[in-house]
Write a protein that binds this ligand. Structure first.
Ligand code: HEC
Ligand code: HEC
Length: 351
């Protein structure tokens, strides 16, 4: 079920999408006429697009994607030289670490669970609290975070220069060795992340008119997902990732979510409505990793968001539906990383 990851093919798809740059994504079910949708299906559901448009200030190119691919796997971007983006967002494992909360430099843990990087290109805002507007902004966070990779922007740039990255930045961003900047580092990573998409889930086939793509239990779960009101929050191509809601289940906890971003007490315990693509693979659940299984997560959602106690059978149906959201993962190779030799001697204690 996996596609082979061929940068040239990915790029061709991107270039084809370039014409759409700056315009809105295609409307609900844009790839097929709405008439082919199975009856009773809400127009709030949308097919996951096979390409993600790039912003005008970071057009996708093969060189940028390839550089970002290396940087995503580059452990030198962490103080100890052992932690890469891929440590917590394992691309061979649905883009997560399956830990309750992430563990970074010095085995320090942060307060939050690692969300998947797959399809993050379609999120309206990044992080559980939506505090970064774009992938470009997001990528600068973990490198500097004390509990994640723990470097200053200057340190990150100096390390990449000593490691032999300067020519790759020059190729990807034009110009000379001055192209190796922290901003461009983030842009390259974002360009790579825009290739981490998982179209072709059974649910997408179903949306496109293949009524055999979902079994009876998943179809019952889909009906319940609409009828019970999950869809009121979890909608659009990611079934979430496009708005915020109060998560009353965590009321009183120290992590206040959105309020820390907006400084508005009304946003206490408000979190981004989680996207549900590939949700069967990204356990444990919630921003604090507190729900171990999808069954637990669904029951808690029913209680806290809809004031409804689902029967075990209803939970099974909803979970069966959520399993149909697992798409086709691209096969992402472990890249060859530049290693200048003899290396420009790093300062004492640095990898
Ligand atoms: C130590 C583990 C760790 C490392 C290393 C790490 N991340 Fe993350 N990542 C997280 C956690 C935890 C969050 C959620 C944080 C939050 O919401 O406050 C996150 C959030 C994200 C998101 C947002 C996804 C969403 O659903 O909102 C993206 C994209 C992302 N990381 C990409 C990266 C990139 C690129 C790197 C490397 C530069 C990286 N991460 C390094 C743990 C990590
Ligand atoms: C009022 C809005 C709202 C409704 C209704 C709602 N959810 Fe959620 N859902 C959220 C929010 C917000 C989160 C993120 C919680 C957090 O920050 O931990 C979430 C998270 C989840 C998660 C965990 C995602 C993850 O990556 O850990 C699942 C699964 C889920 N919802 C399923 C459902 C199902 C099934 C229903 C219907 C029974 C439902 N939700 C109804 C707002 C809602």
């Amino acid at each position: 079920m996996s596609r082979v990851w061929i940068p040239a093919v990915v790029l061709a798809a991107f270039l084809a999408a370039c014409g759409k740059q700056g315009k809105e994504a295609p409307p609900a079910g844009g790839e097929r006429p709405a008439a082919q949708r199975p009856a009773g299906l809400s127009p709030l559901f949308e097919t996951l697009p096979a390409t993600a448009p790039a912003p005008t200030d970071n057009p996708t190119s093969a060189e940028r994607v390839e550089l970002g691919h290396k940087l995503f796997f580059e452990p030198k971007l962490s103080r100890s030289g052992t932690i890469a983006c891929n440590t917590c967002h394992v691309v061979g494992a649905a883009g997560v670490d399956n830990r309750d909360v992430a563990m970074g430099e010095g085995a320090r843990t942060g307060p939050r669970n690692s969300p998947t990087v797959f399809n993050a290109a379609f999120l309206k805002a990044q992080f559980w609290d939506g505090r970064a507007p774009t992938l470009e902004e997001q990528a600068k966070g973990p490198i500097q975070a004390h509990v994640e990779m723990d470097l200053t922007p200057n340190e990150a740039v100096a390390r990449l220069r000593a490691t032999g990255y300067a020519p790759l930045f020059a190729e990807a961003f034009g110009g000379d060795t001055a192209a190796l900047t922290f901003d461009n580092l983030a842009k390259a990573i974002a360009a790579f992340e825009r290739t981490l998409l998982t179209p072709g889930a059974p649910f997408d086939h179903y949306l496109a008119g293949d009524s055999t793509a979902l079994g009876p239990e998943a179809r019952a779960g889909l009906a319940l997902f609409q009828q019970a009101g999950c869809i009121g929050c979890h909608n659009g191509p990611l079934l979430g990732g496009n708005g915020y809601a109060n998560f009353s289940h965590v009321q009183g906890s120290k992590d206040v979510g959105r309020a820390a971003v907006t400084k508005n007490a009304a946003d206490n315990w408000v979190f981004r409505i989680a996207p549900l693509r590939n949700i069967a693979m990204t356990h444990p659940y919630f921003h604090n990793g507190s729900a171990r299984t999808l069954e637990d997560a669904v029951s808690i959602m029913g209680n806290s968001q809809l004031k409804r106690n689902f029967t075990p059978e209803e939970v099974r149906q909803l979970v069966a539906f959520l399993h149909s959201l697992t798409g086709e993962f691209p096969s992402v190779p472990y890249p060859q990383l530049p290693r200048a030799f003899p290396a420009a001697a790093p300062p004492a204690g640095e990898p």
